[in-house]
Design a binder for this molecule. Sequence first.
Ligand code: NAD
Length: 385
Amino acid sequence: MAVVGVITETAPRERRVALDPDGVTRLTHAGCQVLVEPGAGAQAWFPDDAYVTAGAALADRADVLARADVVLAVRAPSDELEKALRPGQHIVGMLSLLSNPHQAERLAAAGVNAISLDGLPRLLSRAQGMDALTSQANVAGYRSVLVAAEAFGRYLPMMVTAAGTARPAEVLILGAGVAGLQAIGTARRLGAQVRAYDVRPDSGTEVASLGAQFLSIEAVKDAAGEGGYARPLTDTEQKALAEELATHVVKHDIVIATAQVPGRRPPLLVTADAVAGMRPGSVVVDLAASPLGGNVAGSTAGERTLTPGGVMVIGADDLPSTMPTGASAAFSRNVSALLLHLLQDGQLVIDTDDEIQKGVVITHAGEVVHPVVHMALNARDSGEV
Ligand code: NAD
């Protein structure tokens, strides 16, 4: 019987937990024993007794880490957690190892089997219940509009009152993937007038079906890449796009930027000049904000910056953890669906010939087995990076 451990996330501002009490029920029914660190779900409003009622046992962190065959985590392991993991143990979560091959290498050297949801083959229909990238992007997109609305000094809907008529807010969404579409839907539900742009022209029909207008941009008509993602732009395309977008950005009250290109720095879409051209009181939310840079010039991950021109720039890299109960419940369903897929007779069985496992298993039996991570490490060793 596999012992599954649930521990408290320790990253700053992280309030999610990898498994909720419903997830405990699902895993115990499948023959697992679940150990939970006291307080692991507290920040997401899942009390310890709810875990116990669902069939888990409480154990202190050291005990969970010593006894668990599988440790569940929302994020990449901290140094403390990495050191505490032991050979033969599995760690499963959104570990971001595809973008951090060095940590994958260390985990392999320590004999830890790392299984990372960010490698999931998302287009495979039987993997969709495990798609934590999508579930968390949905939360981020929804939440981005609420954050913007809260920072915005006027109504989002048109409002006809005895005190006068307020015009609806004009909202621009950049990037119409999972988060962008969810942001469009949410802003429309709040009554805003919404426009959106994506370098994948196919997204135009989805944008229109949500009641938003798809912006036609001359600079980049089509930059669709592999598997539904965008391809990276050339420097010339990138510059022309940002310049043309600036003419639209300045006309909007709220801009929400969600654009990503897998394995690359996020594209810069909203320049400092564009932000400077916006009206005082405008709000820009950058979901791509990261230490590597984001979609918006001057955004800082986790911070709100008020420009001299009165524009609030919000570096919103942690939106799923600001809605911890819903985000954790969705994550828990994703991670438990993956575990159920890996379990055979109550034990985790690694089989990298399986299409789902090929994507998510990063290290196994002391080796880095994921081809993308492997390639990144080989490129480093041969001096290419
Ligand atoms: P993502 O997070 O990689 O990027 C977000 C969006 O930014 C994408 O739509 C991308 O085209 C856009 N983008 C990139 N560069 C841009 C630029 N310079 N300017 C404007 N927009 C830019 O993408 P995602 O949200 O993870 O979704 C990627 C694709 O996968 C989408 O086509 C989505 O519909 C698809 N998807 C399918 C499934 C499924 O079939 N189950 C699940 C999830 C996602």
